[in-house]
Design a binder for this molecule. Sequence first.
Ligand code: PLP
Length: 381
Amino acid sequence: MKFATKLIHAGIHPDPETGAIMTPIYQTSTYVQKSPGNHKGYEYSRTHNPTRTQLQNNLAAIECGKWALCFSSGMGAIDSIIKLLNPGDEIIASNDLYGGTYRIFTKIFEKFNLKFHFTDLSKTDNLNKLINSNTKMVWIETPTNPMLNISDIEALTAICKKNNIISVVDNTFASPYLQNPLLLGADLVMHSATKYINGHSDVVMGAVIGNDDSLHEKLAFIQNSCGAVPGPQDCFLVLRGLKTLHVRMERHCFNGKRIAEFLKTHPKVDKVYYPGFETHNNHEIAKKQMKDFGGMVSFTLKNDSVENAHRFLSATKLFSLAESLGGVESLCGHPATMTHASIPREERIKSGLLDSLIRLSSGIEDCDDLISDINYALNNS
Ligand SMILES: *Cc1c(COP(=O)(O)O)cnc(C)c1O
């Protein structure tokens, strides 16, 4: 099956009882057993729920994996993945990470004696320099948030394999439509399904997909023990959102490209970060591992200040100022004071995240309207 067909059909069956074409919302916490242990694979909804099972089967298919697990949020998924490790283990991660990922690593897990090293993984050689006998996991985010750096998944995961290290790719920004890290050698793919996968800004959810049965068993055990599971209503909404992922992504990519090109020509704009530009330092890798370049665009202003960025963000009318991304409506954000406020200023300036950096999540509105909105806000800031 091709991607578009999988989105709509893979792992999804009409309800055996009624023929309902849409997966029912099994709003139940428990399941009746004929005699102790005599059940149809469902005992309690923290462990399994049929609405969740169909969503997991669909996600596994579209990420080209054997299995998927859905979590109550992207952070819930990350939390469970890190719990695969033991005190003393070391993790190497991209230095340009989602703010919440950086926070859980440094503020929660360092306390449990896990050691995190942050480096620029868009340069593959940097990985080799940090590997030692305690390195047990490599955490790759590509494209990164918000700098849209690109890391070479195939090259990095090959190094992990050679050193017996678990490789994880946070694929939230790309979505399974643009890239499938498991096909490039990753052990685990993680998503904030809150973003493109659901796509309608009405659910918070996470997912992990993989091929390795022993990792599946361990993660399912951690999930069932710790409890970060999504409810059946949310699983239904994500199943519904997923059916249009390919159509939405085509428009997100189209709008993202035109917006990036427009920004590049505007006199008030300094740098534009977009992996589709030939001048992007890893454009060739993006072209190789991604189907298109996505709907995310970041840029800085020539007059680099927090106040100036805030003026832009208050002047847009179609781009709503909000955290999050990947929904049908366009959003704008200011990483320095919003998503990345927990990263020390020197740290973020080092990775290019300047005071005026603005991140746009292009929605699927008409592109001409979006560009006029940006133009108006730039001229009024
Ligand atoms: C949003 C996000 C997360 C966290 O997911 P939640 O669903 O908000 O918990 C992790 N990684 C990236 C790249 C994200 O954008």
